[in-house]
Design a protein around this ligand. Structure first.
Ligand code: PMP
Ligand code: GLN
Length: 415
């Protein structure tokens, strides 16, 4: 693997690129997910890195997409998204959370939640503005904020519980703060923010007149009977909130890239102004297919959630039995370990050693921390993310491989 694991720098100072790329893309090379998934293929490793399931969504969804292609849903859909999906999204928000959005003005279908978030950020962040996000954060956040000319500031969630501290949140607000970007259930830590944390977010946003962008793509993947609290349900906060969702996680179709934004009409209109010049539209036959299942497949989604909980327990329990300190996630399909429990200091080094020693690919959490920290700042350095979105058999095989590799790795062998 090439030297810097987490960030590939576009310009090699020894061979400057001509024409040179804009400063706004500095440091934005290949994503850690693309890099690690390619490594899994190249080394024939089990891929417990990039978060995607290894089985597809409900048959009715897949059939509906086939039918939509066969029946001619193959040209540009409307800019906001097909009406039946917008109606299904509005109804989903009403039925699950009591939020009422007008599907003609307050719902926007996007190319995955990634585009929803990028469009919202580009629509509202001025150069020099600060965006607060729970750190570690999903890698598209710093990239989108950088493209907007803004600055992402992290509010640290710390192990073992990765809880949000109201004090830390308040302390991070400056006169330049414009957006509070929240993500619950949280990637990569698996934390699910509780009612107190959500109250803190709502109050800080209101006190400082911030826009809230809420990433809720794992809304249905919460464990042990916990519920998901959308920030827009807190009193007085919906008017300043844009919420992103995605069919990818809920229905195990991550490659379809059907996402959405909901929120008050003026906020959605601003995001739409950007979205229409990023992709214009996408997924013509996939949108009606998602509309078909969004209101009818709660049982399927509950089954996915329950089976993920079983797989979480399998992976987290197995890792702990192998002496790997691992934090129990309350949601998502990710779990975080501290590799110091195996004698390593650096999660990236561990992730680099793992394919050849054990035939497993993971994601070092350094990819989810602010890369502008001081070089000697150790925050998150020893953390590693695993996904349990794979078949039980794959997880068992991974644990067996780890057990076999442990004698050659414990003690941080190659450094
Ligand atoms: N937010 C989070 C927290 C994610 O983990 C992901 C990964 N899929 C996304 C957004 C992007 O979602 P999509 O694939 O729908 O673009
Ligand atoms: N959300 C997925 C993860 O966190 C990856 C999505 C992507 O590759 N952009 O693993």
């Amino acid at each position: 693997m090439s030297a810097p694991l987490a960030w590939v720098v576009v310009a090699d100072p020894r061979r400057p690129l001509r024409p040179s790329p804009a400063h706004r893309i500095e440091g934005l090379g290949e994503t850690i997910f693309a890099e690690m998934s390619a490594l899994a293929v190249a080394t024939g490793s089990l891929n417990l890195g990039q978060g995607f399931p290894d089985s597809d969504g409900p048959p009715a969804l897949l059939d509906a997409a086939r039918q939509a292609i066969a029946s001619g849903h193959n040209q540009y859909p409307p800019g906001l998204g097909v009406p039946e999906l917008r109606a299904a999204v509005a109804e989903h928000q009403r039925r699950h959370y009591g939020l009422t959005w007008d599907s003609d003005h307050e719902v926007l279908v996007t190319t995955g939640a990634t585009e929803a978030l990028a469009a919202a950020i580009l629509a509202f962040v001025e150069p020099g503005d600060e965006v607060l996000a729970l750190e570690p954060f999903f890698d598209s956040y710093p990239a989108a904020v950088q493209l907007a000319g803004g600055r992402l500031r992290g509010v640290l969630l710390e192990p073992p519980h990765f809880a949000l501290s109201r004090h830390a949140l308040e302390a991070a607000v400056t006169p330049r703060t414009r957006v509070l970007l929240v993500n619950t259930p949280h990637n990569p830590t698996g934390a699910v923010l509780d009612a107190d944390a959500m109250r803190a977010v709502a109050e800080v946003a209101a006190d400082h007149d911030l826009l809230v962008i809420s990433d809720e793509v794992y809304e249905h993947l919460t464990f042990d009977g916990r519920g998901h609290i959308p920030i827009a349900t807190l009193p007085g906060i919906a008017d300043r909130t844009l919420t992103a969702g995605s069919a990818g996680k809920t229905f195990s179709v991550t490659g379809w890239k059907i996402g959405w934004l909901t929120g008050p009409a003026p906020l959605v209109a601003a995001a739409r102004a950007v979205k229409q010049y990023l992709t214009y539209v996408s997924g013509a036959p996939l949108q009606p297919a998602v509309a078909r299942v969004l209101g009818t497949h709660d049982d399927w989604v509950a089954g996915l959630r329950d089976s993920l909980q079983v797989r979480r327990d399998l992976l987290v329990g197995g890792l702990r039995d192998l002496g790997m300190e691992t934090y129990t996630p309350a949601g998502t399909y990710f779990a975080v370990s501290d590799v110091r429990s195996w004698g390593y200091e650096d999660g990236a080094q561990f992730a680099r050693d793992l394919p050849s020693r054990a035939g497993i690919v993971t994601i070092p959490c350094s990819a989810f921390y602010d890369r502008h920290r001081e070089p000697d700042d150790e925050t998150g350095r020893s953390l590693l993310r695993w996904t349990f979105s794979k078949a039980e058999g794959t997880l068992i095989q991974a644990l067996e491989r780890l057990q076999a590799a442990r004698p050659t790795m414990a003690g941080g062998a190659s450094r």
